[in-house]
Design a protein. Structure first.
Length: 275
């Protein structure tokens, strides 16, 4: 696979990055503040003076973009929703994310999957939904994509993970009319004249993902004192588009795992110099 480094783009607003990283699932100021608290409170590593300074710099950028009063109102809203709470420790008031707040983030923020069980097959999905049921067809198409499916051609999808049970339950729960057909291929199979490795690379845009992960690794290593919130959003914006294929189907030396390890290390370790 040919690797071309992606040109570094202009500095994006944090709110725009959050929209991109979570596909719009965390699009409000309130949720941006919640995610900032998540990064500061749950991914800090050991507390040190350098880290406290880094947190202040991160918070300052957020205040500059959103405004202090806006953040204050967002905090009150998060408390009212039960997503964060105030704690008193040694006479100081501190904030903590509740179990409800964590669950909200876990279901809306992309998660890297270090374990990807795979049965060794590739699945082709086709469906015949009446034209009059356009909304049902759109809902089915969107759901197929969430299970890891990628569009091959009209009404024909490919998925490395077995979607049979999930699609049957979805069709039943949402009363999808028509029929859904699923066929199974071995990992060494082909569709038409195209071998599966090439087909997967094309439909899942793996070369583009490779370049984006590679650029993230290169650019993040240059930022020895990078903004933790900004760095995490840069990584999540790539991870959101990654189908996270079974590891045997990923190209050799695919840089996603290396990018994830770097992202984790950056979030958990205070930096040492300004950049």
């Amino acid at each position: 696979m040919r690797v071309v480094y992606v040109k570094v783009m202009r500095r994006k607003k944090l709110s725009d990055m959050l929209l991109q990283a979570t596909d719009g699932l965390i699009g409000t100021v309130v949720n941006l503040v919640l995610y900032e608290l998540y990064v500061v409170l749950l991914l800090p590593g050991k507390t040190s003076s350098a880290q406290l300074h880094r947190t202040a710099v991160d918070a300052h950028e957020l205040v500059e973009e959103l405004g202090y009063d806006t953040i204050k109102r967002a905090m009150y809203h998060l408390i009212a929703q039960g997503l964060i709470k105030r704690l008193t420790k040694e006479g100081r008031t501190e904030l903590a994310i509740t179990a409800v707040g964590r669950k909200k983030l876990e279901t809306s923020v992309p998660q890297y999957r270090p374990h990807r069980p795979w049965d060794g097959h590739i699945y082709l999905i086709s469906y015949d939904v009446p034209k009059k049921a356009n909304s049902d067809r759109d809902a089915l198409r969107d759901y197929i994509q969430t299970t890891g499916g990628a569009l091959l051609q009209e009404s024909l999808w490919i998925n490395p993970y077995n979607p049979t049970r999930l699609l049957a339950e979805f069709a039943k729960d949402h009363q999808i009319p028509g029929s859904i057909l699923i066929s199974r291929l071995g990992k060494d199979g082909a569709i038409g004249e195209e071998k599966l490795p090439y087909l997967l690379e094309k439909v899942y845009h793996l070369e583009d993902l490779w370049n984006r992960y590679d650029a993230f690794i290169k650019n993040t290593r240059l930022k020895t004192f990078g903004n933790k919130l900004r760095t995490s959003l840069e990584f999540l914006s790539i991870l959101r588009d990654d189908p996270q294929l079974p590891f045997p189907l990923e190209p050799a030396d695919f840089p996603a795992k290396k990018a994830y390890e770097l992202f984790t290390r950056i979030c958990q370790t205070p930096a040492t110099s300004a950049g």
